[in-house]
Design a protein around this ligand. Structure first.
Ligand code: NAD
Ligand code: UDP
Ligand code: UDP
Length: 330
Protein backbone atom coordinates (compact mmCIF):
# COMPACT_ATOMS: atom_id res chain seq x y z
CA UNK A 1 0.00 0.00 0.00
CA UNK A 2 1.39 3.38 -0.95
CA UNK A 3 1.54 6.21 1.52
CA UNK A 4 2.89 9.72 1.62
CA UNK A 5 6.14 8.58 3.31
CA UNK A 6 7.02 6.58 0.22
CA UNK A 7 7.01 9.84 -1.67
CA UNK A 8 10.49 10.65 -0.44
CA UNK A 9 11.78 7.60 -2.31
CA UNK A 10 11.54 6.62 -5.94
CA UNK A 11 8.19 5.01 -6.68
CA UNK A 12 8.26 1.32 -7.37
CA UNK A 13 4.72 0.49 -8.57
CA UNK A 14 3.58 3.02 -11.09
CA UNK A 15 0.25 3.40 -12.86
CA UNK A 16 0.29 4.99 -16.31
CA UNK A 17 -3.18 5.77 -17.68
CA UNK A 18 -3.20 6.19 -21.45
CA UNK A 19 -0.08 3.99 -21.35
CA UNK A 20 -0.70 2.49 -24.80
CA UNK A 21 -0.77 5.91 -26.46
CA UNK A 22 2.05 7.84 -28.08
CA UNK A 23 3.53 9.51 -24.98
CA UNK A 24 2.30 6.84 -22.56
CA UNK A 25 4.08 3.99 -24.34
CA UNK A 26 7.40 5.86 -24.27
CA UNK A 27 6.86 6.63 -20.60
CA UNK A 28 6.08 2.96 -19.78
CA UNK A 29 9.23 1.93 -21.62
CA UNK A 30 11.33 4.44 -19.67
CA UNK A 31 9.88 3.42 -16.29
CA UNK A 32 10.30 -0.31 -16.92
CA UNK A 33 13.89 0.30 -18.02
CA UNK A 34 14.43 2.17 -14.73
CA UNK A 35 13.37 -0.95 -12.82
CA UNK A 36 9.85 0.14 -11.84
CA UNK A 37 6.73 -2.03 -11.92
CA UNK A 38 4.37 -0.50 -14.43
CA UNK A 39 0.62 -0.96 -14.75
CA UNK A 40 -0.57 0.42 -18.08
CA UNK A 41 -4.29 1.23 -18.16
CA UNK A 42 -5.90 2.12 -21.47
CA UNK A 43 -9.24 1.84 -23.28
CA UNK A 44 -7.42 1.79 -26.66
CA UNK A 45 -9.48 4.64 -28.08
CA UNK A 46 -6.41 6.12 -29.76
CA UNK A 47 -3.78 3.85 -28.24
CA UNK A 48 -2.45 0.63 -29.68
CA UNK A 49 -1.46 -2.60 -27.94
CA UNK A 50 1.34 -2.81 -30.48
CA UNK A 51 3.01 0.21 -28.85
CA UNK A 52 3.66 -1.81 -25.69
CA UNK A 53 3.83 -5.31 -27.20
CA UNK A 54 7.61 -5.37 -26.73
CA UNK A 55 7.12 -4.89 -22.97
CA UNK A 56 4.57 -7.69 -22.52
CA UNK A 57 7.13 -10.38 -21.74
CA UNK A 58 8.67 -8.26 -19.01
CA UNK A 59 7.42 -9.31 -15.55
CA UNK A 60 7.61 -5.68 -14.48
CA UNK A 61 4.91 -4.71 -16.98
CA UNK A 62 1.17 -5.37 -17.25
CA UNK A 63 -1.72 -3.95 -19.27
CA UNK A 64 -5.33 -3.50 -18.21
CA UNK A 65 -8.17 -2.50 -20.55
CA UNK A 66 -10.14 0.10 -18.63
CA UNK A 67 -11.87 3.43 -19.24
CA UNK A 68 -10.81 6.02 -16.64
CA UNK A 69 -14.28 7.57 -16.63
CA UNK A 70 -15.14 4.56 -14.41
CA UNK A 71 -13.66 4.00 -10.93
CA UNK A 72 -10.42 2.09 -10.72
CA UNK A 73 -9.25 0.13 -7.69
CA UNK A 74 -5.61 -0.91 -7.89
CA UNK A 75 -2.60 -0.61 -5.55
CA UNK A 76 0.27 1.58 -6.74
CA UNK A 77 2.73 4.12 -5.36
CA UNK A 78 2.57 6.80 -8.04
CA UNK A 79 0.25 7.70 -10.90
CA UNK A 80 0.80 9.34 -14.28
CA UNK A 81 -2.61 10.35 -15.68
CA UNK A 82 -2.15 10.59 -19.45
CA UNK A 83 -5.46 9.09 -20.63
CA UNK A 84 -7.08 11.46 -23.12
CA UNK A 85 -7.08 11.72 -26.90
CA UNK A 86 -4.64 14.51 -27.80
CA UNK A 87 -5.06 15.28 -31.48
CA UNK A 88 -7.79 17.70 -32.60
CA UNK A 89 -9.13 15.14 -35.09
CA UNK A 90 -9.52 12.48 -32.41
CA UNK A 91 -10.88 14.60 -29.59
CA UNK A 92 -13.33 16.44 -31.86
CA UNK A 93 -14.60 13.07 -33.08
CA UNK A 94 -15.92 12.32 -29.57
CA UNK A 95 -16.12 15.67 -27.77
CA UNK A 96 -18.38 14.64 -24.89
CA UNK A 97 -16.29 11.55 -24.16
CA UNK A 98 -13.20 13.78 -24.28
CA UNK A 99 -14.56 16.06 -21.55
CA UNK A 100 -15.68 13.02 -19.53
CA UNK A 101 -12.23 11.51 -19.85
CA UNK A 102 -10.57 14.69 -18.62
CA UNK A 103 -13.01 15.50 -15.83
CA UNK A 104 -14.52 12.20 -14.61
CA UNK A 105 -11.16 10.59 -15.34
CA UNK A 106 -9.32 13.13 -13.18
CA UNK A 107 -11.83 12.69 -10.33
CA UNK A 108 -11.40 8.91 -10.37
CA UNK A 109 -7.63 9.05 -10.66
CA UNK A 110 -7.33 11.72 -7.96
CA UNK A 111 -9.71 9.68 -5.77
CA UNK A 112 -7.45 6.68 -6.33
CA UNK A 113 -4.35 8.73 -5.49
CA UNK A 114 -6.05 10.10 -2.38
CA UNK A 115 -6.93 6.62 -1.08
CA UNK A 116 -3.40 5.40 -1.72
CA UNK A 117 -1.55 8.55 -0.61
CA UNK A 118 0.13 8.37 -4.01
CA UNK A 119 1.29 11.38 -6.05
CA UNK A 120 -0.66 12.06 -9.23
CA UNK A 121 0.98 13.63 -12.27
CA UNK A 122 -1.65 15.12 -14.56
CA UNK A 123 -0.82 15.46 -18.26
CA UNK A 124 -2.14 18.93 -18.97
CA UNK A 125 -1.51 20.93 -22.10
CA UNK A 126 -0.50 24.21 -23.67
CA UNK A 127 -4.13 24.30 -24.86
CA UNK A 128 -5.06 25.68 -21.43
CA UNK A 129 -3.57 28.94 -22.79
CA UNK A 130 -5.94 28.81 -25.81
CA UNK A 131 -5.02 31.30 -28.51
CA UNK A 132 -2.54 33.17 -26.30
CA UNK A 133 -2.23 36.94 -26.05
CA UNK A 134 1.04 36.63 -24.13
CA UNK A 135 4.14 35.29 -25.84
CA UNK A 136 5.96 33.10 -24.97
CA UNK A 137 3.58 31.61 -22.44
CA UNK A 138 4.64 31.48 -18.77
CA UNK A 139 2.67 29.37 -16.27
CA UNK A 140 1.27 32.56 -14.72
CA UNK A 141 -0.63 33.39 -17.93
CA UNK A 142 -4.29 32.48 -17.44
CA UNK A 143 -5.15 31.84 -21.04
CA UNK A 144 -7.53 32.92 -23.77
CA UNK A 145 -9.85 30.00 -24.41
CA UNK A 146 -13.14 29.89 -26.30
CA UNK A 147 -15.38 27.90 -23.90
CA UNK A 148 -17.89 26.86 -26.60
CA UNK A 149 -15.69 26.27 -29.65
CA UNK A 150 -14.63 23.02 -31.29
CA UNK A 151 -11.46 22.78 -29.20
CA UNK A 152 -13.28 23.51 -25.92
CA UNK A 153 -14.00 19.87 -25.04
CA UNK A 154 -10.26 19.38 -24.78
CA UNK A 155 -9.13 22.82 -23.55
CA UNK A 156 -11.82 23.26 -20.92
CA UNK A 157 -11.67 19.59 -19.91
CA UNK A 158 -7.95 19.95 -19.25
CA UNK A 159 -8.46 23.25 -17.42
CA UNK A 160 -11.04 21.61 -15.15
CA UNK A 161 -8.69 18.67 -14.55
CA UNK A 162 -6.07 21.18 -13.36
CA UNK A 163 -8.67 22.77 -11.06
CA UNK A 164 -9.42 19.34 -9.60
CA UNK A 165 -5.72 18.64 -9.03
CA UNK A 166 -5.21 21.81 -7.03
CA UNK A 167 -8.49 21.36 -5.10
CA UNK A 168 -7.46 17.81 -4.13
CA UNK A 169 -4.13 19.27 -3.06
CA UNK A 170 -5.76 22.06 -0.98
CA UNK A 171 -8.56 19.91 0.43
CA UNK A 172 -6.74 16.62 0.99
CA UNK A 173 -3.07 17.59 1.05
CA UNK A 174 -2.35 15.42 -1.96
CA UNK A 175 0.91 15.50 -3.90
CA UNK A 176 -0.16 16.62 -7.37
CA UNK A 177 2.01 17.43 -10.34
CA UNK A 178 0.65 19.28 -13.33
CA UNK A 179 2.67 19.21 -16.55
CA UNK A 180 1.55 21.59 -19.29
CA UNK A 181 2.81 19.72 -22.32
CA UNK A 182 3.48 21.60 -25.56
CA UNK A 183 3.43 19.97 -29.02
CA UNK A 184 5.44 16.78 -28.80
CA UNK A 185 6.39 14.47 -31.66
CA UNK A 186 8.27 11.26 -32.32
CA UNK A 187 7.91 7.60 -33.24
CA UNK A 188 4.49 6.02 -32.50
CA UNK A 189 2.47 9.08 -33.35
CA UNK A 190 -0.71 7.86 -34.99
CA UNK A 191 -0.29 8.20 -38.79
CA UNK A 192 -3.96 9.23 -39.09
CA UNK A 193 -4.39 11.52 -36.15
CA UNK A 194 -4.13 14.71 -38.19
CA UNK A 195 -1.38 16.29 -36.11
CA UNK A 196 0.95 18.41 -38.13
CA UNK A 197 4.19 16.44 -37.72
CA UNK A 198 2.66 13.07 -38.55
CA UNK A 199 0.60 14.52 -41.43
CA UNK A 200 3.59 16.22 -43.05
CA UNK A 201 5.89 13.22 -42.68
CA UNK A 202 3.36 10.74 -44.09
CA UNK A 203 2.53 13.11 -46.95
CA UNK A 204 6.21 13.74 -47.73
CA UNK A 205 7.11 10.04 -47.67
CA UNK A 206 4.28 9.36 -50.12
CA UNK A 207 5.14 12.37 -52.32
CA UNK A 208 1.57 13.52 -51.68
CA UNK A 209 0.64 17.20 -51.31
CA UNK A 210 1.65 18.78 -47.98
CA UNK A 211 -1.56 20.19 -46.45
CA UNK A 212 -0.72 23.63 -45.08
CA UNK A 213 -3.60 25.16 -43.11
CA UNK A 214 -4.00 28.92 -43.41
CA UNK A 215 -0.92 30.86 -44.49
CA UNK A 216 1.44 28.54 -42.61
CA UNK A 217 2.72 31.56 -40.67
CA UNK A 218 1.23 30.29 -37.38
CA UNK A 219 3.92 29.01 -35.04
CA UNK A 220 4.42 25.97 -32.82
CA UNK A 221 7.31 24.67 -30.73
CA UNK A 222 8.06 21.00 -31.19
CA UNK A 223 9.54 18.83 -28.45
CA UNK A 224 11.02 15.40 -29.16
CA UNK A 225 9.31 12.65 -27.15
CA UNK A 226 12.45 11.49 -25.29
CA UNK A 227 12.99 14.98 -23.90
CA UNK A 228 9.35 15.23 -22.87
CA UNK A 229 9.41 11.88 -21.06
CA UNK A 230 12.53 12.97 -19.17
CA UNK A 231 10.61 16.08 -18.07
CA UNK A 232 7.61 14.06 -16.87
CA UNK A 233 9.79 11.67 -14.84
CA UNK A 234 11.80 14.58 -13.45
CA UNK A 235 8.58 16.30 -12.34
CA UNK A 236 7.30 13.14 -10.66
CA UNK A 237 10.60 12.54 -8.89
CA UNK A 238 11.18 16.11 -7.68
CA UNK A 239 9.46 16.12 -4.27
CA UNK A 240 8.86 19.87 -3.99
CA UNK A 241 7.60 20.38 -7.54
CA UNK A 242 3.85 20.48 -8.06
CA UNK A 243 3.54 22.76 -11.05
CA UNK A 244 1.88 23.69 -13.22
CA UNK A 245 5.07 23.48 -15.18
CA UNK A 246 5.48 23.99 -18.91
CA UNK A 247 7.24 21.12 -20.67
CA UNK A 248 8.09 21.82 -24.27
CA UNK A 249 10.80 23.01 -26.60
CA UNK A 250 11.24 26.80 -26.64
CA UNK A 251 12.44 26.73 -30.27
CA UNK A 252 9.63 28.36 -32.27
CA UNK A 253 8.95 27.54 -35.93
CA UNK A 254 6.25 28.50 -38.39
CA UNK A 255 4.23 25.60 -39.70
CA UNK A 256 5.58 26.48 -43.16
CA UNK A 257 9.16 26.09 -41.88
CA UNK A 258 8.21 22.70 -40.51
CA UNK A 259 6.82 21.68 -43.92
CA UNK A 260 10.01 22.82 -45.66
CA UNK A 261 12.23 20.97 -43.18
CA UNK A 262 10.25 17.73 -43.58
CA UNK A 263 10.39 17.99 -47.38
CA UNK A 264 14.13 18.64 -47.19
CA UNK A 265 14.84 15.72 -44.82
CA UNK A 266 12.77 13.24 -46.83
CA UNK A 267 13.95 14.45 -50.26
CA UNK A 268 10.27 14.50 -51.17
CA UNK A 269 8.67 15.80 -54.38
CA UNK A 270 5.53 16.85 -52.48
CA UNK A 271 3.98 20.17 -53.51
CA UNK A 272 2.45 22.47 -50.88
CA UNK A 273 -1.36 22.61 -50.91
CA UNK A 274 -3.25 25.35 -49.02
CA UNK A 275 -6.31 24.55 -46.89
CA UNK A 276 -8.50 26.75 -44.66
CA UNK A 277 -7.28 27.34 -41.12
CA UNK A 278 -9.36 25.30 -38.61
CA UNK A 279 -11.55 27.23 -36.13
CA UNK A 280 -9.78 28.64 -33.05
CA UNK A 281 -6.37 27.51 -34.34
CA UNK A 282 -3.84 29.31 -32.08
CA UNK A 283 -1.70 31.83 -33.99
CA UNK A 284 1.45 31.53 -31.88
CA UNK A 285 2.59 29.05 -29.31
CA UNK A 286 5.90 28.79 -27.51
CA UNK A 287 6.64 27.75 -23.92
CA UNK A 288 8.49 29.83 -21.40
CA UNK A 289 10.37 27.00 -19.65
CA UNK A 290 12.09 29.05 -16.94
CA UNK A 291 10.18 27.20 -14.22
CA UNK A 292 11.12 23.78 -15.58
CA UNK A 293 14.76 24.84 -15.85
CA UNK A 294 14.81 26.15 -12.29
CA UNK A 295 12.74 23.57 -10.43
CA UNK A 296 13.48 20.43 -12.48
CA UNK A 297 16.84 21.35 -14.00
CA UNK A 298 15.20 20.32 -17.28
CA UNK A 299 15.50 21.58 -20.83
CA UNK A 300 15.09 19.79 -24.17
CA UNK A 301 18.27 18.52 -25.81
CA UNK A 302 17.12 17.15 -29.19
CA UNK A 303 17.23 19.58 -32.13
CA UNK A 304 14.17 19.66 -34.40
CA UNK A 305 16.05 18.32 -37.44
CA UNK A 306 17.49 15.42 -35.43
CA UNK A 307 14.16 14.50 -33.85
CA UNK A 308 12.41 14.75 -37.21
CA UNK A 309 15.02 12.49 -38.81
CA UNK A 310 14.38 9.79 -36.16
CA UNK A 311 10.62 10.19 -36.57
CA UNK A 312 10.84 10.01 -40.37
CA UNK A 313 12.83 6.79 -40.08
CA UNK A 314 10.09 5.27 -37.92
CA UNK A 315 7.26 6.37 -40.24
CA UNK A 316 9.16 5.12 -43.26
CA UNK A 317 9.37 1.63 -41.71
CA UNK A 318 5.70 1.79 -40.70
CA UNK A 319 4.51 2.76 -44.18
CA UNK A 320 6.61 0.04 -45.80
CA UNK A 321 5.09 -2.46 -43.40
CA UNK A 322 1.53 -1.28 -44.12
CA UNK A 323 2.14 -1.37 -47.88
CA UNK A 324 3.74 -4.83 -47.73
CA UNK A 325 0.76 -6.22 -45.81
CA UNK A 326 -1.64 -4.67 -48.29
CA UNK A 327 -3.19 -2.43 -45.65
CA UNK A 328 -2.81 0.54 -47.96
CA UNK A 329 -2.09 4.10 -47.07
CA UNK A 330 -3.14 5.08 -43.54
P1 NAD B 1 -2.62 9.54 -27.52
O1 NAD B 1 -3.97 9.74 -28.09
O2 NAD B 1 -1.61 8.83 -28.34
O3 NAD B 1 -2.70 8.79 -26.12
C1 NAD B 1 -3.79 8.89 -25.26
C2 NAD B 1 -4.06 7.51 -24.70
O4 NAD B 1 -5.18 7.59 -23.77
C3 NAD B 1 -4.46 6.50 -25.78
O5 NAD B 1 -3.76 5.31 -25.58
C4 NAD B 1 -5.97 6.32 -25.55
O6 NAD B 1 -6.43 5.07 -25.99
C5 NAD B 1 -6.07 6.52 -24.05
N1 NAD B 1 -7.40 6.94 -23.60
C6 NAD B 1 -8.20 7.90 -24.14
N2 NAD B 1 -9.33 7.99 -23.43
C7 NAD B 1 -9.25 7.08 -22.42
C8 NAD B 1 -10.12 6.68 -21.37
N3 NAD B 1 -11.31 7.26 -21.19
N4 NAD B 1 -9.71 5.69 -20.53
C9 NAD B 1 -8.51 5.10 -20.70
N5 NAD B 1 -7.66 5.41 -21.69
C10 NAD B 1 -8.03 6.39 -22.54
O7 NAD B 1 -2.08 10.98 -27.10
P2 NAD B 1 -0.66 11.42 -26.55
O8 NAD B 1 -0.07 12.37 -27.51
O9 NAD B 1 0.14 10.25 -26.12
O10 NAD B 1 -1.11 12.27 -25.28
C11 NAD B 1 -1.02 11.74 -23.96
C12 NAD B 1 -1.43 12.80 -22.96
O11 NAD B 1 -0.58 13.94 -23.08
C13 NAD B 1 -2.87 13.30 -23.15
O12 NAD B 1 -3.45 13.51 -21.89
C14 NAD B 1 -2.68 14.62 -23.87
O13 NAD B 1 -3.73 15.51 -23.60
C15 NAD B 1 -1.36 15.10 -23.30
N6 NAD B 1 -0.67 16.01 -24.24
C16 NAD B 1 -0.04 15.54 -25.34
C17 NAD B 1 0.57 16.44 -26.21
C18 NAD B 1 1.31 15.98 -27.44
O14 NAD B 1 1.83 16.85 -28.17
N7 NAD B 1 1.45 14.72 -27.71
C19 NAD B 1 0.51 17.82 -25.95
C20 NAD B 1 -0.18 18.25 -24.83
C21 NAD B 1 -0.75 17.34 -23.96
N1 UDP C 1 -12.07 6.23 -6.76
C1 UDP C 1 -11.47 5.24 -7.51
N2 UDP C 1 -10.53 4.44 -6.90
C2 UDP C 1 -10.21 4.57 -5.60
C3 UDP C 1 -10.83 5.59 -4.85
C4 UDP C 1 -11.75 6.41 -5.46
O1 UDP C 1 -11.74 5.09 -8.69
O2 UDP C 1 -9.36 3.80 -5.13
C5 UDP C 1 -13.02 7.09 -7.43
C6 UDP C 1 -14.44 6.94 -6.94
O3 UDP C 1 -15.27 6.77 -8.08
C7 UDP C 1 -14.77 8.25 -6.30
C8 UDP C 1 -13.80 9.22 -6.94
O4 UDP C 1 -12.64 8.44 -7.19
O5 UDP C 1 -16.08 8.66 -6.53
C9 UDP C 1 -13.43 10.38 -6.07
O6 UDP C 1 -12.96 9.90 -4.85
P1 UDP C 1 -13.03 10.77 -3.53
O7 UDP C 1 -12.50 9.93 -2.41
O8 UDP C 1 -12.36 12.06 -3.75
O9 UDP C 1 -14.53 11.12 -3.38
P2 UDP C 1 -15.83 10.30 -2.97
O10 UDP C 1 -15.45 8.86 -2.80
O11 UDP C 1 -16.23 10.94 -1.72
O12 UDP C 1 -16.76 10.53 -4.10
N1 UDP D 1 -1.57 21.98 -39.49
C1 UDP D 1 -1.33 22.12 -40.86
N2 UDP D 1 -1.48 21.03 -41.65
C2 UDP D 1 -1.85 19.81 -41.18
C3 UDP D 1 -2.08 19.67 -39.79
C4 UDP D 1 -1.95 20.78 -38.97
O1 UDP D 1 -0.97 23.21 -41.34
O2 UDP D 1 -1.95 18.87 -41.98
C5 UDP D 1 -1.39 23.14 -38.61
C6 UDP D 1 -2.57 23.43 -37.69
O3 UDP D 1 -3.50 24.28 -38.33
C7 UDP D 1 -1.89 24.11 -36.52
C8 UDP D 1 -0.51 23.43 -36.45
O4 UDP D 1 -0.31 22.85 -37.74
O5 UDP D 1 -1.70 25.48 -36.78
C9 UDP D 1 -0.42 22.37 -35.37
O6 UDP D 1 -1.52 21.48 -35.50
P1 UDP D 1 -1.70 20.16 -34.63
O7 UDP D 1 -3.04 19.61 -34.96
O8 UDP D 1 -0.52 19.28 -34.77
O9 UDP D 1 -1.66 20.66 -33.11
P2 UDP D 1 -2.29 21.89 -32.31
O10 UDP D 1 -1.09 22.60 -31.80
O11 UDP D 1 -3.09 22.76 -33.21
O12 UDP D 1 -3.11 21.26 -31.26
Amino acid sequence: MGNRAIWSYRPTRVLVTGGAGFLGSHLCERLVAAGQDVLCVDNFYTGDKGHVAHLMDNPRFEVMRHDVTFPLYVEVDAIYNLACPASPVHYQNAPVQTTKTSVHGAINILGLGKRLGAPVLQASTSEVYGDPEVHPQPETYRGHVNPIGERACYDEGKRCAETLCFDYRREHGMAVKVARIFNTYGPRMHPNDGRVVSNFIVQALRNAPITLYGSGEQTRSFCYVDDLVTGLVRLMETPDASGPVNLGNPGEFTVRELAETVVDLTGSRSPIEYHPLPADDPVRRCPDITRARETLDWAPTVRLRDGLARTIEWFDALLRHLDRDGVGPP
